[in-house]
Design a protein around this ligand. Structure first.
Ligand SMILES: [Zn+2]
Length: 272
């Protein structure tokens, strides 16, 4: 009856439960499942589904990987992401993420040649620019993404999805919506790179208009946007360029950003 995976998982569940000093009934209550279900899992008679494993990980305060036998799943994060999207029943997003994941399966994820230590948006952006020796606009954000050891995937996505970062076991992947204007894609790349360098997630983050299905954290989004603005339109570059032209449209062209982004930046820097 018992296959090796079920036995492995059964041991992990009972170990994690015992460490918390819970009975099977207490664990079942936390999961909103019957005690019988938990008892079947722990005896190896039944294997919990991926959704159950995700719930177990949350309730028992473990990583999903803790429950998975070594070497069984090549990309647990990808599997988890797919499972969570399937559970949300968002067909569009599921397809989009699937496309990104299959594109990355054979991808060579670059080794990072630059490591950024700063965890504050402006400091992190400036550190990256300095280490990459970028001294004038436009900032080559796609090259910076690669230097940070992130695989970049420009791919057609549903309009509401501007970008995502997935921290795969093989390495981090940023996807941006190839249907969007090039300037917007550049901003999305910088925004997602911000999520990565500022360590906003150890799994994945989707940037969907009107909020991510996995919850919207205002402070985190703001930090990623600040990083993007500081990276694409560094204060000293803008101040310098502003001496030759004060026209938002011209400045936007120099920095290869949208006029709206440039306009905000000029206001935020107090130049106008
Ligand atoms: Zn975001």
């Amino acid at each position: 009856v018992s296959d090796p995976t079920a036995l492995w998982i059964s041991k992990r569940i009972s170990d994690a439960r015992a460490r918390l000093g819970w009975t099977q009934a207490e664990l079942a209550a936390q999961l909103h499942r019957t005690q019988t279900a938990v008892s079947y899992w722990e005896s190896g008679k039944r294997k919990p589904g991926l959704d159950d494993v995700i719930d177990l990980a949350r309730v028992l305060d473990r990583d999903v990987g803790y429950f998975l036998p070594p070497g069984r799943t090549r990309q647990p994060i990808a599997a988890v992401l797919r499972a969570e999207l399937a559970r949300l029943g968002s067909g569009d997003l599921e397809q989009a993420v699937d496309a990104v994941l299959s594109r990355t399966e054979t991808a060579e994820i670059p080794e990072p040649t630059i490591r950024v230590g700063a965890r504050q948006p402006t400091h992190a952006a400036n550190e990256l620019l300095e280490r990459a020796k970028i001294s004038a606009p436009p900032v080559p954000v796609d090259e910076l993404v690669a230097l940070c050891g992130v695989f970049l995937c420009q791919i057609e996505l549903p309009d509401a999805l501007s970008g995502m970062i997935v921290e795969l076991d093989a390495g981090p992947v940023i996807a941006v919506n190839a249907n969007h204007a090039p300037t917007r894609q550049r901003f999305s790349m910088a925004h997602e790179l911000g999520h990565h360098l500022l360590q906003h997630t150890d799994r994945f983050h989707l940037d969907v208009q009107d909020g991510s299905p996995f919850g919207f954290d205002y402070a985190v989004e703001r930090a990623a946007n600040d990083f993007a603005a500081d990276l694409l339109m560094p204060r000293r570059f803008v101040t310098h360029a502003f001496e030759s032209t004060q026209q938002t449209g011209q400045l936007a062209e120099i920095f290869d950003v949208s006029e709206i982004a440039m306009g905000y930046r000029i206001l935020n820097l107090g130049l106008r």
